[in-house]
Ligand binder design. Structure first.
Ligand code: PMP
Length: 348
């Protein structure tokens, strides 16, 4: 979802953006007006996430999946080894891509229990010669999240934050690089946000295609080639919305309240069973199953008639997944919690 207020502003500005007589969709990315949009977007994101000055904000394309290759191509150095934590299918995809360019050591994994938890990590588990450590902070399919960010000492920590960026306060200085496909909490699909510490730029492997070298985009402030202009404009509107809401602390409180509503129903139920380990539960994706396939199907069908969409879980987990990203209103989650209680009382 995108905040309704953002969609309304986009609608209002659709045909004539601030007296230019044009839609942002039609503008040259070299125009002064668009330059102002991209600059304000980057600077607001810096403000909201409290990004230190020695980090660059890049607006790229290719989705988080392209970052699975860009990260190793740019961050592998002499040792060409990296430590990865395997917490689900997105981690696995990142691992197999990095394996094409160097050596990956999977230092911890939760695959033994179908990724229902986050492995406990200790600094001693990481290889001192690793070029970086990679984690997936929120596991969209399994509904788990890193409640604590691991300490990797001097080794740069790289995080795929596609499904929880901007959902809570984080200390950017703990990371060497953060990346996220924008389509969950930022903007429509087509934009990828990368936040990278400056010292990690400029060391790409020789064979790295120009478009996959962070330096190419960093030097030109994400205007090396035509960026996804309209997505960046919507991202700016979302950043303004978040800023006006009170920033990440406030967003986190709201998200926690939304997640608690659903987890409370699950924890006090004889019908629903949460699939993620309670201490590692995501506040973005709430996963649960009912006792039989028949009841799962019935729940999906009835919920659809009530206007709830996309509740069916990923096939590798089954059951349900309620994705309650930033723009999903508290009221909507209250209604879902109410529906879940009613469904239980009718299907005891
Ligand atoms: N990582 C995570 C955690 C995701 O949830 C997703 C998409 N759902 C991806 C990576 C892949 O993102 P994209 O489709 O932007 O390549």
């Amino acid at each position: 979802m995108l905040p309704e207020e953002v969609l309304k502003t986009a609608q209002r500005e659709m045909l004539d953006y601030r007296g230019t007589g044009m839609s942002v969709m039609e503008m040259s990315h070299r125009s002064k007006v668009f330059e102002e949009i991209i600059e304000e977007a980057a600077s607001l994101l810096r403000q909201i996430m409290k990004i230190p000055n020695n980090y660059k904000v890049l607006f790229l394309q290719g989705g988080a999946s392209t970052q699975f290759s860009m990260v190793p191509l740019n961050l592998f150095r002499e040792s060409r080894t990296a430590d990865y934590v395997n917490t689900g299918s997105w981690s696995k995809k990142a691992i197999s891509e990095a394996n094409r360019y160097g050596k990956v050591r999977v230092v911890a994994s939760s695959e033994d229990k179908n990724f229902t938890y986050i492995p406990r990590l200790d600094k001693k588990m990481f290889n001192l010669d690793a070029d970086y450590v990679h984690i997936t902070t929120n596991n969209t399919i399994y509904g788990t999240r890193f409640a604590r960010i691991p300490d990797t000492g001097e080794i740069p920590l790289v995080a795929d934050m596609s499904s929880n960026i901007l959902s809570e306060e984080i200390d950017v200085s703990k990371f060497g690089l953060i990346y996220a496909g924008a389509q969950k909490n930022i903007a429509p699909a087509g934009l990828t946000v990368v936040i990278i510490r400056e010292d990690l730029i400029g060391h790409a492997m020789e064979m790295t295609p120009l478009m996959l070298d962070y330096q190419t985009h960093s030097e030109k402030n994400s205007l090396f080639n035509t960026p996804p202009c309209y997505c960046i404009y919507i991202a700016l509107l979302v950043f303004r919305w978040l800023h006006n809401l009170g920033g990440l602390k406030q967003m986190q409180n709201i998200n926690q309240e939304k997640a608690d509503l659903l987890y409370n129903v699950i924890d006090n139920s004889k019908l629903y069973r949460g699939t993620a380990s309670p201490e590692d539960r995501s506040i973005m994706n709430v996963t649960f199953v009912l006792p039989s396939e028949e009841l799962n199907k019935k729940f999906v069908k009835q919920s659809e008639t009530q206007g709830f969409v996309s509740l069916k879980g990923h096939r590798s987990v089954g059951g349900m997944r309620a994705s309650i990203y930033n723009a999903v209103p508290l009221e909507g989650v209250r209604k879902l919690a109410g529906f879940m209680k009613k469904f239980e009382s009718e299907n005891r």
